[in-house]
Design a protein around this ligand. Sequence first.
Ligand code: HEM
Length: 450
Amino acid sequence: MTVAYSPSHGLGEEQSIWFKLTPLLNQENPMQVLMALSDKYGGVIPINLKNQRIVLLSEPAHAERVLVSNADNYTKYFDGLRPIFGNSMITIDGALWQKIRTPQQAAFHPNMFEEYFPYLMSAIDSKMARWAEIAETGETVEMVEETWTLAAEMVCKALFDREMPFNPHFVFQQVKTYTDVMNHKSIRLKNQRGELVEMTAEETAKAMEVWHSIPDTVMGANVLEHREKTLLKMLEAAEADPDFPEFDHRQVIDEMKQYLWAGTETTALTLAWSLYLLSQHPEAMERIRAEAHAVCGDADPEWNQVQQLAYTRQVIQETMRLFPPIWALIRIAAGDDDIQGHKIKAGDKVVILTYIAHHSPKYWDDPEKFDPERFAPERAKKRVKYSYLPFAAGKRACIGGALSQIENTLALVQLLRRFTPEYAGPVPAKIHATVTFCPKGGLPFRIRPR
Ligand code: HEM
């Protein structure tokens, strides 16, 4: 299979916003640098480069303007990620985006979740079987890889009605090779200055080749139950619709890629960061176990009990506040705008730093404290609108946010009832903020039987 684009084109290239932000993000504590700058400049940080202006925004009112009330003036910026997501809905704008999203929306309606429930549980069972073996050997695992492989199996089984037909550990490592912005910078430096680098252009091309083969592999895999209403069936129906010529086979493939990465990496990061936080707060881990026991006794959860696992859900919400998997939302201004007295010009790239509002003492008491009780219903009602945006807001908000919370609630309850994952890395964990909010070098854990 040939790879149709330059393997080094992407996230870390000079024209990419991620490359331009590298000096800010490559710090020991990148978020503290951004928070200090935001504080100093009243929530708006304009960065003037030779031929590009980037405006970093961090107030809830800024997010409301860009994502909701003047959303039509802002288009999505996704260039560097096209090799991962193709031309799927997450990357496109306008009438075509709406047309492409509409036939998929039904797969994410809460009334579908009951149908997904047994497949989510089955993926968790596979993970528990693996962890039982790991607990025997005592080996150390990388938690984001562990949780990604779980999330990928959930998507294959619940949304596509397929067994997971690939080695998820191998695929995860391949895609990570590509999405690591700093590695791309290294490629560029190597090409220009002959520096020693860890990853070659050939390795990136190989990573992409593996990734591009995945949707076909999934489609060709064993069908689990021949269910009538799956996301994959909805994609195929859109392809078969003669009134929808834009939705061709290529579109089906790209939509699948999008779900297998956008719908897995974020969910996996949330679960991995939750386990990290719980390892530092054993009382919260015990509370999850006690809640599970109170709701389900010693049995596995039933679908109608999931809503009662309220504290577990709050832990997940608090994790996404402290470690928002998507910590920055990027848009390009189509026309001029005024955001609270700050001029935005057509062509400016605006970056909404959701991380900053999530950590601001203006909106949260003692914001660095891990306190899942903030998300108890009474307190949550008092929250300032748009101060908490793990799934963005407005018409381009995440399609799978509610599903991800069911996935992670079930995973936390089941995994913690059987195991005690012990974090074995530095505290606090170091941050690697690229497109997603990753732990630098991963999150090493040992798995102990409970
Ligand atoms: C904790 C888990 C998740 C988080 C934090 C998350 C976060 C986000 C955010 C912030 C966006 C908007 C990006 C932007 O506007 O620039 C987004 C979009 C999207 N997410 Fe998620 N997501 C999660 C889980 C999922 C899941 C489980 C799926 C599907 C299986 C999914 C599918 C999508 C898709 C398709 C879009 C694009 C929607 C559009 O542009 O119309 N996400 N997600």
